[in-house]
Write a protein that binds this ligand. Structure first.
Ligand code: SER
Length: 885
């Protein structure tokens, strides 16, 4: 009996032999389709190949595609566990032709694979075709020899496949397996078609049209093929089972569930095991593809599935978390075909464990409330919406979980009442928000957020994605479209653009739609909406359009490097300076990073050097950066650095980087840096490249600020520094290593020369001779009075002292002709100061020079003047004073 793994390989190998490229499954979160929540068929990743927008280096492909149908248009969640063939996660096998072969080859391929490779008896097979598709009907007759009664013409959309409201589409032919009359049911198109006798196993779509938003249908550039066969269905058939959950793969998961809960796989808890087995697959694959449980969008769909599974595990009587213990069984079954699952095993286990641990804290109380509420209402009536809303709001029960729990009791929920309770809560939130003093401008974001819900951020995993334009806002009001030259704000349902927060600046990039382009100059956040600041550069951008969003990659890469380096810097500072170091602010821009932290004094050069070296050593370690979602309490218990006083939501993102070698005291004993952070980071630390500290300064009292560079910026900075050094080396004719000695020697020389110059000036001032100028004698007092050029005011006291020494006894008055304002100084030898004061002399001279007095001691005083032309008058004034003594 072939296993599901064997059947998948047989399918892919068959088409490989027939010239098809085996293409890996795309991730569950579609990158190229803003209207889809999850990949729900094999053709999703090839959508643009059919429409001719994208060319690949192959025209035939085959794949086993991971699909999730739980939310959005195709939603199987409610039925899982209760039916034989509903899944939230399944694999779709398919073969594709992009303008290469068409019906005449697709039908023979399918027939040969089913009847020869898989050995299905021809008598058990029948097909449907679109009612007008004679070509397909003829082909089935010719290739398979099917008689008319086994080629059923269907006129409904069942045989015209569309991927959604827009996109490639075309008539299809479906292949059915007849289980025989021991099972009830009629052929497709009959009144009893819903029975289980005739099971659809393969859908071959003849892609020939494109459906547009305005309802029109245009021909595709080339006719193409898209087929889809559920692996679980064909597996059940080839394994002789009627129920997909009896296949080897699903059975092994059911047994793992039974083992983990110590219950019988086929006992009263059978249905619970089926739900658990299915939900284990969807949740694990979603987490492996980057979806994390949250209260919005895809993350909320994941949470709903997780919690639904957890309630079923609880129904089996377990008290402890179960789901995470089943992951190894799933990885054993599917890890070889989907290596991303093996790689993410630890993350999947931890995410499931944390969610289940947390949900169990309210699950029992919620279930008790549910029972109490049910006991209050008459048998058979619906649970009031208010009770379902309380379960949702207080106990974290998604509506479908409550419905699922009630379904077992044959009861339902008053969903209108639930919606009304939800609307009332929103109205209250709005009322309290409008009283909170927010500006009027923000009102538009509040309204838009209420209408459209929060924007889903895809930018942790991708820098390019498609989104749907939900609103265009110009000057505070919603507009239908914006045209070239207009500056507007654009809201989309999802985006790879990071909106400014947590110190990280908003992304820039471009937005393109079928009718125009816009440059995104910044991205901001309000009320959960990502607001793209846009300048329309070409054509027009309108609401409801699909848009391709591309983040400026180089800029984002530089921001990422700076942000990750900030985390390393934070930890290195904490280790170097002490645990009191806490973040007080930060900036992560493309060209630099800035980090403010609490610390009372300047960081020494040695400490800075140590921090810089440590950050660089972790960059060179080049370990992967890891991101987990957990509760704030769990994160703190792990030792994550959080912003003190910051309010965190129900869950936080914990970013860890750097592996300790065992000697250090890591937050969890192993990890170097662990921080709560919503920003974007490098994949591996080596991407930071290089870290250069620019220095430390005071930011405010008790807060220091460090600025630093990374990557290209750091390198450019070092290059510039080296360039400067080379220039100086060339000028000084010394190697960089000799520069310091050389510069010191030059400074010494200069000091020596300066002294010599001063000495020479003094000599010059003294008339160029050692004996100095002649002294006059007035009233028995020797006086030297002279105007000097080439000296400054500050040279005067030294000269005065010198001349006083030479005179032995007397007075000296020197006026410096500096070219600008003159300076004057006077000196009186100690033996004469009781008769004559230098202050008196200098004042008289200064006044004569147009100045205002001066000051000093009786033996030495200085003053400034205005007019050197009055130097003679100044000297006369001095002589008069002496004459009067
Ligand atoms: N797209 C088609 C389907 O989903 C065939 O792959 O059924």
């Amino acid at each position: 009996m072939p296993s599901l793994n064997d059947i998948r390989s047989t399918f892919l190998n068959y088409f490989d032999r027939n010239g098809h490229r085996i293409v890996e499954s795309s991730p569950l979160v579609p990158r190229n389709d803003p209207t889809l929540m999850f990949a729900n068929s094999g053709m999703v990743q090839f959508k643009n190949c059919f429409t001719g927008v994208e060319q690949r280096d192959y025209v035939r492909a085959t794949s086993a595609q991971k699909c999730v149908r739980a939310g959005g248009k195709h939603n199987d969640l409610d039925n899982v566990g209760y039916t034989a063939r509903h899944h939230t996660f399944f694999e779709m096998l398919g073969n594709f032709s992009f303008g290469d072969y068409f019906k005449s080859e697709a039908i023979p391929f399918a027939w040969e694979l089913l009847t020869r490779e898989f050995g299905i008896p021809k008598e058990n097979l029948l097909v449907t075709v679109y009612h007008t598709d004679d070509e397909a009907a003829d082909m089935w007759k010719k290739v398979a020899g099917l008689t008319d009664d086994r080629i059923i013409r269907i006129a409904t959309d069942d045989n015209f496949w569309r991927m959604g409201p827009t996109g490639p589409c075309g008539p299809c032919t479906e292949i059915f397996f007849d289980h025989g009359d021991k099972i009830w049911g009629g052929p497709p198109g009959s009144a009893d078609e819903d029975g289980d006798r005739f099971i659809e196993i393969w859908n071959l779509v003849f892609m020939q049209n494109e459906q547009h938003a305005d309802g029109s249908l245009t021909p595709l550039p080339k006719q193409s093929i898209d087929t889809g066969m559920g692996l679980e269905r064909i597996g059940a058939l080839l394994q002789g089972k009627h129920d997909n959950y009896d296949t080897d793969l699903m059975r092994s998961l059911i047994e793992a569930s039974a083992h983990a809960t110590s219950t019988d796989p086929d006992g009263p808890g059978k249905m619970h095991h089926r739900v658990i087995a299915d939900h284990l697959r969807s949740t694990s694959f979603l987490i492996a593809d980057g979806v994390m449980p949250s209260n919005e969008g895809r993350g909320y769909v994941l949470r709903r599935i997780m919690r639904r599974a957890m309630r079923h595990a609880n129904q089996l009587g377990t008290q402890d978390p179960v789901m995470h213990r089943l992951v190894p069984a799933l990885v054993r079954q599917m890890g070889a075909a989907y290596p991303e699952l093996s790689r993410a095993q630890a993350l999947v286990e931890e995410t499931l464990r944390l969610e289940e641990t947390r949900f169990r804290q309210t699950l029992d109380r919620g279930l008790k409330l549910l029972d109490d509420e049910l006991s209050k209402i008459p048998e058979g009536s619906d649970l009031p919406g208010t009770a379902a809303f309380k379960l949702y709001d207080t106990f974290g029960f998604p509506l479908d979980l409550t419905q699922d729990a009630l379904r077992e009791k044959g009861r339902a929920v008053d969903t209108e009442g639930f919606d009304a309770a939800m609307a009332e809560q929103k109205a209250k939130a709005r009322a309290s928000w409008s009283g909170s003093g927010e500006t009027k401008d923000a009102a538009i974001w509040f309204d838009l957020a209420e209408t459209h819900g929060a924007t889903e951020f895809l930018g942790y995993d991708t820098e390019t994605a498609e989104g749907q334009v939900l609103a265009v806002v110009a000057e505070g009001a919603e507009v239908a479209k914006a045209t070239t030259g207009q500056s507007v704000q654009i809201i989309l349902n999802q985006t790879p653009f990071y909106a400014e927060s947590g110190g990280q600046v908003g992304d820039e990039g471009v937005l393109r739609t079928a009718t125009g382009n816009a440059r995104i100059t910044d991205t901001k956040k309000s009320q959960g909406l990502f607001i793209h600041m846009a300048e329309v550069t070409e054509g027009e951008v309108a609401t409801s359009q699909g848009a391709t969003l591309t983040v400026d990659h180089a800029r984002r890469a530089a921001i990422r490097a700076n942000h990750s380096a900030t985390h390393l810097l934070h930890e290195a500072l904490r280790r170097a300076l002490g645990d009191h170091v806490a973040q007080r602010g930060s900036l992560n821009a493309p060209d630099r990073l800035r980090f403010d932290f609490s610390h009372g004094q300047a960081v020494s050069a040695a400490e800075l050097a140590q921090v810089e070296a440590e950050v660089n050593s972790y960059i060179r370690q080049n370990t992967p950066v890891d991101t987990r979602i957990m509760t704030p309490d769990d994160a703190r218990a792990l030792g994550a650095q959080a912003l003190f006083g910051e309010k965190y939501g129900d869950e936080v993102r914990v970013v860890s980087m750097g592996a300790l070698d065992g000697s250090g005291k890591g937050a969890d004993g192993r990890t170097y840096s662990l921080e709560l952070c919503g920003g974007t980071h490098v994949g591996r630390l080596g991407e930071i490249g290089l870290f250069v500290l620019l220095g430390d300064s005071a930011s405010s009292a008790g807060v220091r600020r460090i600025e630093a560079l990374t990557g290209e910026g750091a390198l450019a900075y070092l290059k510039e520094q080296m360039g400067n050094l080379a220039e100086v080396s060339a000028v000084l004719k010394a190697t960089p290593a000799e520069l310091a000695t050389r510069a010191k020697a030059l400074l010494d020389d200069r000091r020596k020369l300066e002294n010599e110059v001063a000495q020479l000036r003094r000599e010059l001032a003294m008339g160029g001779s050692a004996s100095g100028p002649e002294a006059k004698e007035i009233n028995g007092i020797k006086l030297i009075s002279q105007v000097l050029t080439g000296v400054s005011g500050k040279d005067l006291p030294g000269l005065i002292d010198e001349m006083k020494a030479r005179l032995g006894s007397g007075a000296v008055v020197l006026i410096a002709d500096t070219g600008a304002k003159p300076a004057v100084a006077a000196g009186v030898t100690a033996d004469l100061t009781d008769r004559l004061s230098a202050v008196e002399l200098v004042k008289a001279a200064a006044i004569a020079l147009g100045g205002k007095g001066g000051g000093g001691r009786p033996d030495m005083a200085q003053a400034g003047g205005v007019d050197i032309g009055s130097a003679d008058a100044a000297i006369s004034a001095i002589e008069s004073i002496l004459e009067g003594k």
